[in-house]
Ligand binder design. Sequence first.
Ligand SMILES: Cc1cc2nc3c(=O)[nH]c(=O)nc-3n(C[C@H](O)[C@H](O)[C@H](O)COP(=O)(O)OP(=O)(O)OC[C@H]3O[C@@H](n4cnc5c(N)ncnc54)[C@H](O)[C@@H]3O)c2cc1C
Length: 382
Amino acid sequence: MDSNANPGLSFWERETFFKEVDYVIIGSGIVGLNAAIHMKERVPNAHVIILEKGMLPTGASTRNAGFACFGSISELLDDLEHLPENEVLALVEKRWKGLQRLQQLTGVQLKYDECGGYELFTRRDIGSYIQCMEALESFNEKLEPIIGEKTIYENADDCISHFGFRGVNHIIVNKAEGHIDTGGMMKALLAQAHERGVHIYNGADVDSLDDDGLHIHVELRDGRKIKGRKCLIATNGFTHRLLSSLDLTPARNQVLITRPIPDLKIKGTFHYDKGYYYFRNVGNRILFGGGRNLSPKNEETDQFGTTPLIRKGLLRMLDEIILPNTTYEIDMWWSGILGVGQVKKPIIKYISDNLAVSVRMGGMGVAIGSLVGIEGADLLLK
Ligand SMILES: Cc1cc2nc3c(=O)[nH]c(=O)nc-3n(C[C@H](O)[C@H](O)[C@H](O)COP(=O)(O)OP(=O)(O)OC[C@H]3O[C@@H](n4cnc5c(N)ncnc54)[C@H](O)[C@@H]3O)c2cc1C
Protein backbone atom coordinates (compact mmCIF):
# COMPACT_ATOMS: atom_id res chain seq x y z
CA MET A 1 0.00 0.00 0.00
CA ASP A 2 1.28 3.51 -0.87
CA SER A 3 0.72 5.55 2.31
CA ASN A 4 1.75 8.82 0.59
CA ALA A 5 -0.78 8.52 -2.19
CA ASN A 6 -2.78 11.68 -2.94
CA PRO A 7 -6.43 11.44 -1.92
CA GLY A 8 -7.84 12.37 -5.35
CA LEU A 9 -11.62 12.94 -5.43
CA SER A 10 -14.09 10.41 -4.08
CA PHE A 11 -17.26 9.68 -6.03
CA TRP A 12 -19.21 11.63 -3.38
CA GLU A 13 -16.95 14.64 -3.56
CA ARG A 14 -17.12 14.75 -7.34
CA GLU A 15 -20.92 14.35 -7.48
CA THR A 16 -21.71 16.70 -4.58
CA PHE A 17 -19.26 19.55 -4.93
CA PHE A 18 -17.80 19.59 -8.42
CA LYS A 19 -20.53 18.40 -10.75
CA GLU A 20 -21.13 20.66 -13.73
CA VAL A 21 -19.02 23.55 -12.59
CA ASP A 22 -19.52 26.52 -14.93
CA TYR A 23 -16.78 28.85 -13.77
CA VAL A 24 -13.64 28.06 -11.82
CA ILE A 25 -11.80 31.05 -10.39
CA ILE A 26 -8.32 30.55 -9.02
CA GLY A 27 -7.47 32.91 -6.16
CA SER A 28 -9.77 34.57 -3.62
CA GLY A 29 -8.14 37.99 -3.44
CA ILE A 30 -9.95 41.21 -4.37
CA VAL A 31 -9.90 40.24 -8.03
CA GLY A 32 -11.14 36.65 -7.71
CA LEU A 33 -13.91 37.61 -5.28
CA ASN A 34 -15.12 40.50 -7.44
CA ALA A 35 -15.10 38.27 -10.51
CA ALA A 36 -17.17 35.61 -8.72
CA ILE A 37 -19.64 38.15 -7.29
CA HIS A 38 -20.11 39.71 -10.72
CA MET A 39 -20.68 36.32 -12.36
CA LYS A 40 -23.40 35.46 -9.87
CA GLU A 41 -25.00 38.89 -10.37
CA ARG A 42 -25.05 38.35 -14.13
CA VAL A 43 -25.95 34.63 -14.11
CA PRO A 44 -27.45 33.75 -10.71
CA ASN A 45 -27.81 30.04 -11.53
CA ALA A 46 -24.24 29.56 -12.63
CA HIS A 47 -22.14 27.16 -10.57
CA VAL A 48 -19.18 29.33 -9.60
CA ILE A 49 -16.33 28.02 -7.47
CA ILE A 50 -13.16 29.65 -6.18
CA LEU A 51 -10.07 27.55 -5.50
CA GLU A 52 -7.83 29.23 -2.94
CA LYS A 53 -4.59 27.70 -1.74
CA GLY A 54 -4.53 29.54 1.62
CA MET A 55 -6.61 29.25 4.78
CA LEU A 56 -7.44 32.89 4.08
CA PRO A 57 -6.76 34.76 0.84
CA THR A 58 -2.96 34.76 1.08
CA GLY A 59 -1.29 37.11 -1.37
CA ALA A 60 -1.78 40.87 -1.13
CA SER A 61 -5.48 41.53 -0.53
CA THR A 62 -5.48 40.79 3.22
CA ARG A 63 -1.93 42.03 3.74
CA ASN A 64 -1.83 45.49 2.14
CA ALA A 65 -1.68 49.01 3.55
CA GLY A 66 -5.25 49.95 2.69
CA PHE A 67 -4.54 53.09 0.66
CA ALA A 68 -7.54 53.98 -1.49
CA CYS A 69 -5.33 55.72 -4.02
CA PHE A 70 -5.48 56.56 -7.71
CA GLY A 71 -2.02 58.15 -8.10
CA SER A 72 0.20 60.80 -6.59
CA ILE A 73 1.56 63.38 -9.04
CA SER A 74 5.01 61.77 -9.20
CA GLU A 75 3.41 58.37 -9.88
CA LEU A 76 1.30 59.83 -12.69
CA LEU A 77 4.37 61.57 -14.15
CA ASP A 78 6.21 58.24 -13.99
CA ASP A 79 3.25 56.49 -15.69
CA LEU A 80 3.44 59.08 -18.49
CA GLU A 81 6.97 57.88 -19.27
CA HIS A 82 5.62 54.42 -20.10
CA LEU A 83 2.09 55.04 -21.39
CA PRO A 84 0.36 57.66 -23.56
CA GLU A 85 -1.65 60.29 -21.69
CA ASN A 86 -5.07 58.90 -22.64
CA GLU A 87 -4.10 55.51 -21.17
CA VAL A 88 -2.80 57.07 -17.97
CA LEU A 89 -6.07 59.00 -17.55
CA ALA A 90 -8.05 55.84 -18.35
CA LEU A 91 -6.16 54.05 -15.57
CA VAL A 92 -6.96 56.85 -13.11
CA GLU A 93 -10.63 56.56 -14.11
CA LYS A 94 -10.56 52.79 -13.63
CA ARG A 95 -9.03 53.18 -10.17
CA TRP A 96 -11.58 55.82 -9.18
CA LYS A 97 -14.56 53.80 -10.45
CA GLY A 98 -13.10 50.69 -8.82
CA LEU A 99 -13.13 52.49 -5.47
CA GLN A 100 -16.76 53.49 -5.96
CA ARG A 101 -17.69 49.87 -6.72
CA LEU A 102 -15.78 48.68 -3.66
CA GLN A 103 -17.65 51.17 -1.48
CA GLN A 104 -20.96 50.05 -2.94
CA LEU A 105 -20.23 46.37 -2.27
CA THR A 106 -18.67 46.56 1.16
CA GLY A 107 -20.47 49.58 2.69
CA VAL A 108 -19.53 50.58 6.22
CA GLN A 109 -17.21 47.61 6.66
CA LEU A 110 -14.77 49.33 4.30
CA LYS A 111 -14.40 52.16 6.87
CA TYR A 112 -13.45 54.45 4.01
CA ASP A 113 -11.90 57.65 5.31
CA GLU A 114 -11.14 60.42 2.79
CA CYS A 115 -8.29 61.67 4.93
CA GLY A 116 -6.03 62.93 2.12
CA GLY A 117 -2.92 61.42 0.57
CA TYR A 118 0.38 63.24 1.09
CA GLU A 119 3.52 62.95 -1.01
CA LEU A 120 6.71 63.84 0.85
CA PHE A 121 9.81 65.43 -0.69
CA THR A 122 13.15 65.69 1.11
CA ARG A 123 16.08 67.85 0.06
CA ARG A 124 17.34 65.23 -2.39
CA ASP A 125 13.91 65.12 -4.12
CA ILE A 126 13.87 68.81 -5.03
CA GLY A 127 14.03 68.06 -8.78
CA SER A 128 11.03 65.76 -8.55
CA TYR A 129 9.14 68.30 -6.41
CA ILE A 130 9.67 71.06 -9.01
CA GLN A 131 8.46 68.74 -11.79
CA CYS A 132 5.37 67.82 -9.76
CA MET A 133 4.55 71.45 -8.99
CA GLU A 134 4.91 72.35 -12.68
CA ALA A 135 2.47 69.56 -13.61
CA LEU A 136 0.01 70.23 -10.76
CA GLU A 137 -2.39 72.63 -12.50
CA SER A 138 -2.54 70.50 -15.61
CA PHE A 139 -3.36 67.32 -13.60
CA ASN A 140 -6.02 69.20 -11.64
CA GLU A 141 -7.69 70.20 -14.91
CA LYS A 142 -7.43 66.75 -16.49
CA LEU A 143 -8.65 64.86 -13.43
CA GLU A 144 -11.56 67.16 -12.61
CA PRO A 145 -13.97 65.44 -15.05
CA ILE A 146 -13.00 62.02 -13.60
CA ILE A 147 -12.95 62.75 -9.87
CA GLY A 148 -15.47 65.59 -9.85
CA GLU A 149 -13.30 67.92 -7.75
CA LYS A 150 -11.68 71.11 -8.94
CA THR A 151 -8.49 71.15 -6.90
CA ILE A 152 -7.31 67.62 -6.26
CA TYR A 153 -3.62 68.29 -5.76
CA GLU A 154 -2.12 71.25 -3.90
CA ASN A 155 0.94 72.22 -1.95
CA ALA A 156 0.66 71.33 1.74
CA ASP A 157 4.01 72.50 3.15
CA ASP A 158 2.18 73.98 6.12
CA CYS A 159 1.41 70.42 7.34
CA ILE A 160 5.09 69.48 7.79
CA SER A 161 5.44 70.86 11.31
CA HIS A 162 1.96 69.69 12.33
CA PHE A 163 2.81 66.08 11.43
CA GLY A 164 6.21 66.46 13.12
CA PHE A 165 8.34 65.12 10.24
CA ARG A 166 12.07 65.77 10.12
CA GLY A 167 13.99 66.44 6.90
CA VAL A 168 10.84 66.82 4.81
CA ASN A 169 11.04 70.01 2.74
CA HIS A 170 7.79 69.87 0.79
CA ILE A 171 4.45 68.07 0.73
CA ILE A 172 1.84 67.84 -2.03
CA VAL A 173 -1.58 66.65 -0.92
CA ASN A 174 -4.10 64.66 -2.98
CA LYS A 175 -7.35 65.71 -1.33
CA ALA A 176 -9.41 62.88 -2.84
CA GLU A 177 -7.28 60.04 -1.46
CA GLY A 178 -8.19 58.08 1.64
CA HIS A 179 -7.68 54.87 3.53
CA ILE A 180 -9.76 51.81 4.24
CA ASP A 181 -9.88 48.91 6.67
CA THR A 182 -8.29 46.16 4.59
CA GLY A 183 -9.56 43.37 6.84
CA GLY A 184 -13.10 44.76 6.85
CA MET A 185 -13.05 45.03 3.05
CA MET A 186 -12.03 41.40 2.56
CA LYS A 187 -14.44 40.11 5.21
CA ALA A 188 -17.28 41.94 3.46
CA LEU A 189 -16.26 40.67 0.00
CA LEU A 190 -16.08 37.08 1.27
CA ALA A 191 -19.52 37.49 2.84
CA GLN A 192 -20.95 38.94 -0.40
CA ALA A 193 -19.56 36.01 -2.38
CA HIS A 194 -20.99 33.43 0.06
CA GLU A 195 -24.34 35.22 0.12
CA ARG A 196 -24.62 34.93 -3.66
CA GLY A 197 -23.84 31.21 -3.59
CA VAL A 198 -20.19 31.24 -4.64
CA HIS A 199 -18.42 28.15 -3.24
CA ILE A 200 -14.95 28.93 -1.93
CA TYR A 201 -12.60 26.00 -1.33
CA ASN A 202 -9.60 26.81 0.84
CA GLY A 203 -6.48 24.67 0.90
CA ALA A 204 -6.97 24.11 -2.85
CA ASP A 205 -3.53 24.73 -4.33
CA VAL A 206 -3.80 24.57 -8.11
CA ASP A 207 -0.84 22.82 -9.69
CA SER A 208 -1.73 22.73 -13.38
CA LEU A 209 -4.43 23.54 -15.91
CA ASP A 210 -5.37 22.03 -19.23
CA ASP A 211 -7.88 23.40 -21.74
CA ASP A 212 -9.15 20.66 -24.08
CA GLY A 213 -11.30 23.15 -26.03
CA LEU A 214 -14.51 22.06 -24.29
CA HIS A 215 -13.51 22.11 -20.64
CA ILE A 216 -10.81 23.25 -18.31
CA HIS A 217 -9.16 20.48 -16.31
CA VAL A 218 -7.66 21.71 -13.06
CA GLU A 219 -5.29 19.58 -11.04
CA LEU A 220 -4.60 20.43 -7.41
CA ARG A 221 -1.33 19.75 -5.67
CA ASP A 222 -3.04 17.01 -3.62
CA GLY A 223 -4.01 15.18 -6.81
CA ARG A 224 -7.68 16.17 -6.88
CA LYS A 225 -8.91 16.89 -10.38
CA ILE A 226 -11.74 19.31 -11.07
CA LYS A 227 -13.44 20.03 -14.36
CA GLY A 228 -15.18 23.28 -15.29
CA ARG A 229 -16.47 24.99 -18.40
CA LYS A 230 -14.32 28.08 -18.05
CA CYS A 231 -11.62 29.34 -15.76
CA LEU A 232 -10.27 32.70 -14.61
CA ILE A 233 -6.80 32.92 -13.12
CA ALA A 234 -6.71 35.63 -10.42
CA THR A 235 -3.47 34.69 -8.72
CA ASN A 236 -1.62 38.00 -9.27
CA GLY A 237 1.96 37.70 -7.94
CA PHE A 238 1.89 33.88 -8.05
CA THR A 239 0.74 33.58 -11.66
CA HIS A 240 4.18 32.64 -13.04
CA ARG A 241 3.78 29.28 -11.30
CA LEU A 242 0.83 28.48 -13.58
CA LEU A 243 1.73 30.55 -16.67
CA SER A 244 5.28 31.60 -17.34
CA SER A 245 4.68 33.56 -20.55
CA LEU A 246 3.26 36.79 -19.05
CA ASP A 247 5.19 39.95 -18.23
CA LEU A 248 4.55 39.52 -14.54
CA THR A 249 7.02 39.34 -11.68
CA PRO A 250 6.28 38.76 -8.00
CA ALA A 251 7.42 41.55 -5.70
CA ARG A 252 7.48 41.11 -1.96
CA ASN A 253 6.59 44.05 0.26
CA GLN A 254 7.52 44.14 3.94
CA VAL A 255 5.37 46.01 6.44
CA LEU A 256 5.41 46.94 10.11
CA ILE A 257 2.83 48.36 12.48
CA THR A 258 3.62 50.16 15.73
CA ARG A 259 1.75 49.83 18.97
CA PRO A 260 -0.59 52.78 19.70
CA ILE A 261 1.30 56.06 20.10
CA PRO A 262 -0.32 58.58 22.47
CA ASP A 263 -1.14 61.96 20.84
CA LEU A 264 -0.11 60.82 17.36
CA LYS A 265 -0.53 63.80 15.00
CA ILE A 266 -0.04 61.90 11.75
CA LYS A 267 -3.34 61.25 9.96
CA GLY A 268 -3.71 60.29 6.33
CA THR A 269 -1.88 58.22 3.75
CA PHE A 270 1.71 59.13 2.91
CA HIS A 271 3.92 58.31 -0.08
CA TYR A 272 7.63 58.81 -0.35
CA ASP A 273 10.31 58.09 -2.97
CA LYS A 274 8.08 57.30 -5.99
CA GLY A 275 5.83 55.12 -3.87
CA TYR A 276 8.65 52.80 -2.72
CA TYR A 277 7.75 53.81 0.85
CA TYR A 278 4.26 54.31 2.21
CA PHE A 279 2.79 54.87 5.64
CA ARG A 280 -0.52 55.78 7.22
CA ASN A 281 -2.16 55.96 10.59
CA VAL A 282 -4.37 53.10 11.76
CA GLY A 283 -6.08 54.81 14.67
CA ASN A 284 -3.08 56.03 16.62
CA ARG A 285 -0.64 53.49 15.25
CA ILE A 286 1.67 53.89 12.25
CA LEU A 287 1.62 51.24 9.52
CA PHE A 288 4.75 51.56 7.39
CA GLY A 289 5.91 49.48 4.45
CA GLY A 290 8.04 49.29 1.34
CA GLY A 291 11.76 49.54 0.79
CA ARG A 292 11.99 46.83 -1.85
CA ASN A 293 14.26 49.18 -3.84
CA LEU A 294 16.90 48.51 -1.14
CA SER A 295 17.28 44.98 -2.47
CA PRO A 296 15.31 44.72 -5.74
CA LYS A 297 16.49 41.28 -6.92
CA ASN A 298 16.02 39.65 -3.56
CA GLU A 299 12.47 41.01 -3.28
CA GLU A 300 11.48 39.58 -6.69
CA THR A 301 10.02 36.61 -4.90
CA ASP A 302 6.67 35.06 -4.01
CA GLN A 303 8.07 33.75 -0.70
CA PHE A 304 6.73 35.51 2.37
CA GLY A 305 9.11 36.83 5.02
CA THR A 306 11.02 39.86 6.21
CA THR A 307 14.74 40.56 5.88
CA PRO A 308 17.22 42.31 8.24
CA LEU A 309 18.22 44.78 5.49
CA ILE A 310 14.71 46.08 4.81
CA ARG A 311 13.66 45.97 8.46
CA LYS A 312 16.69 48.11 9.29
CA GLY A 313 15.94 50.53 6.40
CA LEU A 314 12.32 50.98 7.46
CA LEU A 315 13.22 51.47 11.13
CA ARG A 316 15.83 54.07 10.18
CA MET A 317 13.27 56.08 8.21
CA LEU A 318 10.81 55.80 11.05
CA ASP A 319 13.39 57.18 13.50
CA GLU A 320 14.86 59.85 11.26
CA ILE A 321 11.94 61.16 9.20
CA ILE A 322 8.51 59.95 10.33
CA LEU A 323 8.65 59.70 14.11
CA PRO A 324 11.75 61.66 15.21
CA ASN A 325 11.72 62.39 18.95
CA THR A 326 8.81 59.98 19.47
CA THR A 327 9.03 56.85 21.54
CA TYR A 328 7.34 53.95 19.84
CA GLU A 329 7.29 50.16 19.90
CA ILE A 330 6.80 47.80 16.98
CA ASP A 331 3.77 45.56 17.37
CA MET A 332 4.35 43.26 14.38
CA TRP A 333 5.88 42.70 10.94
CA TRP A 334 4.47 40.86 7.93
CA SER A 335 4.86 40.68 4.17
CA GLY A 336 2.65 40.39 1.10
CA ILE A 337 3.23 39.62 -2.56
CA LEU A 338 2.51 42.06 -5.38
CA GLY A 339 2.34 41.26 -9.10
CA VAL A 340 4.25 43.85 -11.16
CA GLY A 341 5.43 44.23 -14.76
CA GLN A 342 7.19 46.60 -17.15
CA VAL A 343 3.96 48.55 -17.54
CA LYS A 344 1.71 49.56 -14.64
CA LYS A 345 -1.39 48.14 -16.31
CA PRO A 346 -3.28 44.99 -15.43
CA ILE A 347 -3.37 42.03 -17.83
CA ILE A 348 -6.93 40.95 -18.62
CA LYS A 349 -7.04 38.55 -21.53
CA TYR A 350 -7.82 35.11 -22.88
CA ILE A 351 -4.99 32.58 -22.72
CA SER A 352 -6.91 29.83 -24.55
CA ASP A 353 -10.55 29.07 -25.53
CA ASN A 354 -11.77 28.62 -21.96
CA LEU A 355 -9.05 30.21 -19.89
CA ALA A 356 -8.53 33.89 -19.08
CA VAL A 357 -6.39 35.92 -16.65
CA SER A 358 -7.00 39.05 -14.55
CA VAL A 359 -3.63 39.76 -13.02
CA ARG A 360 -0.77 42.30 -12.50
CA MET A 361 -2.42 44.72 -10.11
CA GLY A 362 0.82 46.49 -9.08
CA GLY A 363 0.52 48.68 -6.01
CA MET A 364 -3.04 49.86 -6.62
CA GLY A 365 -5.10 46.69 -6.50
CA VAL A 366 -7.42 48.08 -3.82
CA ALA A 367 -8.57 50.67 -6.35
CA ILE A 368 -8.52 48.66 -9.57
CA GLY A 369 -9.07 45.14 -8.23
CA SER A 370 -12.84 45.22 -8.37
CA LEU A 371 -13.05 46.37 -12.00
CA VAL A 372 -10.25 44.04 -13.08
CA GLY A 373 -12.21 41.14 -11.59
CA ILE A 374 -15.38 42.28 -13.33
CA GLU A 375 -13.63 42.64 -16.70
CA GLY A 376 -12.10 39.17 -16.39
CA ALA A 377 -15.51 37.73 -15.52
CA ASP A 378 -17.09 39.51 -18.48
CA LEU A 379 -14.53 37.92 -20.84
CA LEU A 380 -15.70 34.47 -19.74
CA LEU A 381 -19.41 35.39 -19.67
CA LYS A 382 -19.35 36.56 -23.29
C1 LIG B 1 2.33 45.02 1.57
C2 LIG B 1 1.40 45.46 0.50
C3 LIG B 1 0.82 46.72 0.59
C4 LIG B 1 -0.08 47.14 -0.40
N1 LIG B 1 -0.73 48.32 -0.23
C5 LIG B 1 -1.67 48.68 -1.12
C6 LIG B 1 -2.44 49.84 -0.92
O1 LIG B 1 -2.27 50.51 0.09
N2 LIG B 1 -3.36 50.19 -1.85
C7 LIG B 1 -3.55 49.43 -2.97
O2 LIG B 1 -4.37 49.81 -3.82
N3 LIG B 1 -2.87 48.30 -3.17
C8 LIG B 1 -1.94 47.90 -2.26
N4 LIG B 1 -1.26 46.76 -2.46
C9 LIG B 1 -1.56 45.97 -3.64
C10 LIG B 1 -2.89 45.23 -3.54
O3 LIG B 1 -3.03 44.67 -2.25
C11 LIG B 1 -2.93 44.15 -4.61
O4 LIG B 1 -2.74 44.77 -5.87
C12 LIG B 1 -4.25 43.41 -4.64
O5 LIG B 1 -4.58 42.93 -3.35
C13 LIG B 1 -4.14 42.24 -5.60
O6 LIG B 1 -5.32 41.48 -5.50
P1 LIG B 1 -5.41 40.11 -6.28
O7 LIG B 1 -6.73 39.54 -6.00
O8 LIG B 1 -5.03 40.32 -7.71
O9 LIG B 1 -4.23 39.22 -5.69
P2 LIG B 1 -4.03 38.53 -4.27
O10 LIG B 1 -4.68 39.28 -3.20
O11 LIG B 1 -2.57 38.27 -4.14
O12 LIG B 1 -4.82 37.18 -4.42
C14 LIG B 1 -4.32 36.10 -5.15
C15 LIG B 1 -4.79 34.84 -4.44
O13 LIG B 1 -4.45 33.72 -5.25
C16 LIG B 1 -4.10 32.66 -4.38
N5 LIG B 1 -3.31 31.72 -5.15
C17 LIG B 1 -2.10 31.94 -5.72
N6 LIG B 1 -1.68 30.86 -6.38
C18 LIG B 1 -2.65 29.92 -6.24
C19 LIG B 1 -2.79 28.58 -6.71
N7 LIG B 1 -1.85 27.99 -7.46
N8 LIG B 1 -3.91 27.88 -6.37
C20 LIG B 1 -4.88 28.47 -5.61
N9 LIG B 1 -4.78 29.74 -5.15
C21 LIG B 1 -3.68 30.46 -5.46
C22 LIG B 1 -3.33 33.34 -3.26
O14 LIG B 1 -3.30 32.55 -2.09
C23 LIG B 1 -4.11 34.64 -3.09
O15 LIG B 1 -5.10 34.54 -2.09
C24 LIG B 1 -0.35 46.31 -1.51
C25 LIG B 1 0.25 45.06 -1.60
C26 LIG B 1 1.12 44.63 -0.61
C27 LIG B 1 1.76 43.27 -0.73
